[in-house]
Design a protein around this ligand. Sequence first.
Ligand code: NAD
Ligand code: ZN
Ligand code: ZN
Length: 364
Amino acid sequence: MAHEVRAVVATAKGEPVRVETISVPDPGRGEALVRVQACGVCHTDLHYREGGINDDFPFLLGHEAAGIVEAVGDDVTDIAPGDFVVLNWRAVCGECRACKRGRPHLCFATHNATQKMTLDGVELSPALGIGAFAEKTLVAAGQATKVDPAARPEAVGLLGCGVMAGLGAAINTGQVGPADTVAVFGCGGVGDAAIAGARIAGARTIIAVDLDARKLELASSFGATHTVDASQVDPVEAIRELTGGFGADIVVEAVGNPKVFEQAFHARDLAGTVVQVGVPNPEMRIDIPMIDFFGRGGALKPSWYGDCLPSRDFPLYTDLYLQGRLDLDAFVSETIPLDGVEEAFHKMERGEVLRSVVVIEGSA
Ligand SMILES: NC(=O)c1ccc[n+]([C@@H]2O[C@H](COP(=O)([O-])OP(=O)(O)OC[C@H]3O[C@@H](n4cnc5c(N)ncnc54)[C@H](O)[C@@H]3O)[C@@H](O)[C@H]2O)c1
Ligand SMILES: [Zn+2]
Ligand SMILES: [Zn+2]
């Protein structure tokens, strides 16, 4: 039996998103049907609707979600109906080259649902293989990670993408430790999570960089020890000044902009690390003197999903949240209904929110 549910669809490049009734199949082998309770609006959803990721319209948007497992297909053993889960876009295969080398967080063949959700018979492309701005969605069972049901869905759902990407950019990819100086460019949901991660990891100095004073104020509340308004001063110079003239040990780029990447590159100390978590579009190029790449040493590391392993990291950060050591609630700027996503994109562009979170009525 297919389920007819309301969902947010992007039908064409740059067109406003619409709430449509889509068809979601019952779970087949290895799949799970999840009743979505909450789903955050991530900048990556906007990248999809702008055609910046690929042209596989129509997209079913939404991918930072928590909900309740409603049904599972054959051969699903890790989750059962009634479980509280956070959805992930890294259901590792266990069999690819990366998994076999003991690096499942780099899995090259992650699982998604095999069956397709459809709109008027047309197959939808779910954002990041999830598609959770919907009353129900169909995922691979490995995409649903059980966490402590005491957690608030609006808050822990954000671990499903942006907040995990930021935490992991600092903790997993950047390997921030207690003596480190850290700078984070871009203080949206992802950058602020990198700041929170650097604080959890015990960084000594955490410098937040943004063009928007409101964002810098929020960054301080997540743990930034210093702020730099890049609309007023040269951020590379400012970071050098704040780090004894040297530059930061780890610089996180959480904007997705080649100019910012170059600033991050030059704001590093010798042998420092740049972690790039902002998503570029296919036209972007970076121009860095090769002699500087070589001469300064260190590492330039892209960070997909904060190099997280959902089965390890989602329960961990949910516990830190429930213990009051990671304020996931502070990322939730507002809760909105399904038909508020287009307006939420505009609020994101105007810099008014960290995360607007869709809450599906009657799903609790
Ligand atoms: N790598 C991953 O796994 C992953 C996961 C989720 C999101 N992302 C990406 O991370 C990026 C940030 O996402 P978000 O949801 O936090 O977006 P956001 O729009 O909420 O935040 C971006 C921030 O960057 C600031 N900014 C813009 N230009 C700047 C500049 N020149 N210098 C300094 N700051 C600048 C903005 O003012 C804003 O505060 C996006 O590109 C998103 O697609 C990556
Ligand atoms: Zn794999
Ligand atoms: Zn995202």
